[in-house]
Design a protein around this ligand. Sequence first.
Ligand SMILES: C[S@@+](CC[C@H](N)C(=O)[O-])C[C@H]1O[C@@H](n2cnc3c(N)ncnc32)[C@H](O)[C@@H]1O
Length: 260
Amino acid sequence: MKGVRKMDIDCYWDYARALVESRGPAWRYDETKPCGANFNNFFLARVYDTYHRRFRDYKRETGQIVELLGIAPSATVIDMGCGTGAFAIHAAEHYRKVYAVDVARAMLNRARRKARRAGLGNIEFRRGGFLTYEHPDDPVDAVVSVMALHHLPDFWKLVGLHRLASMLRPNGRLYLSDVVFSFDGARYEPCIRQFIQKMSLDMGPEGRAASETHVREEYSTCHWIMEGILKKAGFQIDDVNYTNEFLARSQAQGRTESEP
Ligand SMILES: C[S@@+](CC[C@H](N)C(=O)[O-])C[C@H]1O[C@@H](n2cnc3c(N)ncnc32)[C@H](O)[C@@H]1O
């Protein structure tokens, strides 16, 4: 081609090769591709806290998780799918270091800005996800993930939880909270309508749209499948709290000292 130097073409191919390699094997689920809500969207990231604060109190939620985890202030914690930092920002007051990880740059940017404003220097923000995040430091004392795992289909939930288990020190703790269906499958229609109604009451019309999209396009699963996945990923479940047949809060422990 006229005017294009061989060096430029080589450079382009190097770039294209690096891009393909950085995405990993072609068969791996692409967790950067939004399913349902698009958290890469700058505007969604911007209004996220406004909507969620209508029915959530981040500080109180974090306090409850901190109490349940029962780990020392010297601990390190990964917040997987941290979003705008609902847990990470408040958790940073309790722990030595928090790794705040998310696939969506827009959400991470919001979280980063909140941490800066709060003068917090012990949160490391990393772009990555359940399937791609490579933990660079020593294994952590706990992993927390709130409302994020349902973005993966079930097989990939198993892969993601296996990967998280490998980032935990022996006897490390997992706290997982997500939308999980614990109603009887035969009653799915009235139960789903009830879920959507509750979200509309909590968040208004945006809550209705978000919950309809959630049920239609995201990958919330049944409670018995979720418990099986957790166990198969190597976690010992200590307690699961099911609320309104839609929310599951699980506490689990990773491999013990004696396990490989
Ligand atoms: C509903 S928000 C929850 C955010 C936050 N944990 C909270 O409690 O508000 C879901 C978050 O999961 C992130 N997410 C989606 N798929 C993910 C994946 N495969 N790995 C990590 N994070 C993911 C989204 O980008 C989004 O920030």
